[in-house]
Design a protein around this ligand. Structure first.
Ligand code: SF4
Length: 387
């Protein structure tokens, strides 16, 4: 159960009562204080039932958006699983396979779209799967088997049934089937199932295969890479799922999920710190040439500045604006600031600049601040300013 408190700071009494009720029934209850649609969206898929409560009128649009947000029909046509994988909680939580709801009962009806998000863990484990498939076909539903189908146990009949429906990802935008390859010992059975799907018309690239990594004792990097390679060769999408989130396993997941395994080796990816920026996949683009002002523009601008910029204040450093000329917000290198400094500290250079005797403000600045031996002074100014 997910209980959403959409506003208010003190605990919401209605939600507390619901929590007590469900806890007494033995349900797992979680309380969420979620304030954005994106955060709510992430949690919605994890819960069997969601209650939301609000007390302020201003939160109403958020609640209405929440109602509209999830348009698919969500639920279980069956519970439980035929298998008892040691790392999985389904067997303990749901027990043996039992039927739950028909497709007609699951669909929310008009005007909701014909989108079914099935949370079943073992759809083909239920005896009445043929009737459910028939309902999906007859109703022309898009169906997402978002918890995965067990490819190891597929037969020709079940593979044909899957290929005959409009299977989709959980956002109902892409054709997608989910399955898993958790143990290398299942290789032959898994690929028999995958081949059956392809035989009946499922494209390999529609199939996403979750790979459990970091669970089995003695698992090696070679084992992980072997499964990844086999799935890539088959044409489906491997998706590693680390059982423990060590940097290496999370790095492996990122390497595969983001397709870096197609452009780099595992050794290169490790050397890059599991980070694409360390890969140096491409040569850095050449730096664009620095744009320089034409010399005559520089000279004209220098004369203008010398005319317009006021003298810098006695204590220096002040930035001010005058006649639309900014002295710049930082540092003493802007042209306007230098002109203001020249007017205060080297008025004879500023006068020469205003007369057009320097090609740029920078040239005037150099002449004023460096020794006369290294920077040539314009011939026209020699002896003209009393220096
Ligand atoms: S097949 Fe899937 S759902 Fe069933 S026990 Fe194994 S991991 Fe869990």
């Amino acid at each position: 159960m997910l209980l959403l408190q959409l506003d208010g700071r003190i605990p919401n009494l209605a939600l507390m009562r619901l929590a007590a009720h469900h806890q007494a029934r033995g349900d797992h209850v979680e309380l969420g204080r979620l304030d954005t649609i994106r955060r709510v969206e992430r949690r919605l898929l994890e819960a069997d039932k969601v209650y939301a409560s609000l007390i302020f009128e201003r939160t109403r649009p958020f609640a209405e958006r929440l109602l509209q947000m999830f348009t698919a029909s969500l639920g279980f046509s069956q519970r439980g699983c035929r298998l008892k994988c040691p790392f999985c909680i389904v067997g303990r939580k749901e027990g043996a396979v039992r039927e739950e709801q028909t497709i007609t009962q699951l669909w929310r009806g008009e005007p909701w779209p014909r989108h079914l998000l099935l949370l079943d863990n073992d759809f083909f484990g239920q005896p009445a799967w043929r009737e459910r498939i028939q309902e999906i076909r007859d109703g022309n539903f898009k169906v997402s088997f978002c918890q995965g189908i067990n490819a190891r146990m597929l037969t020709d009949e079940t593979a044909e049934a899957i290929a005959s429906v409009r299977y989709s990802d959980d956002g109902f935008t892409t054709r997608r089937l989910y399955t898993a390859w958790d143990n290398r010992k299942d290789e032959a059975r898994l690929f028999r199932g995958l081949e059956a799907l392809v035989r009946y018309g499922v494209k390999p690239e529609h199939i996403m295969v979750y790979m459990l990594v970091g669970y089995w004792p003695g698992e090696t990097a070679e084992d992980r890479d072997y499964r990844r390679r086999r799935l890539r060769e088959f044409g489906c999408k491997p998706y590693p799922m680390p059982f423990v989130r060590t940097p290496e396993l999370v790095g492996f997941q990122r390497w595969v999920v983001r397709w870096y395994d197609l452009v780099s080796s595992w050794a290169e990816w490790q050397a890059a710190g599991y980070n694409p920026y360390g890969l140096r996949l491409y040569d850095a683009p050449p730096k664009p040439p620095r744009r320089r002002m034409a010399p005559w523009t520089q000279a004209r601008r220098a004369r203008q500045l010398a005319r317009l910029v006021p003298v810098l204040g006695t204590h220096g450093g002040a930035r001010f604006q005058a006649d639309n000329v900014s002295l710049g917000k930082r540092g003493g290198n802007s042209s306007a600031y230098r002109v203001a400094r020249l007017k205060r500290d080297y008025p004879y250079v500023a006068e020469a600049l205003a007369r057009g005797e320097f090609a740029s403000v920078a040239a005037a600045w150099r002449a004023a601040t460096r020794s006369a031996a290294t920077v040539p002074w314009p011939a026209a100014s020699l002896g003209g300013s009393g220096q």
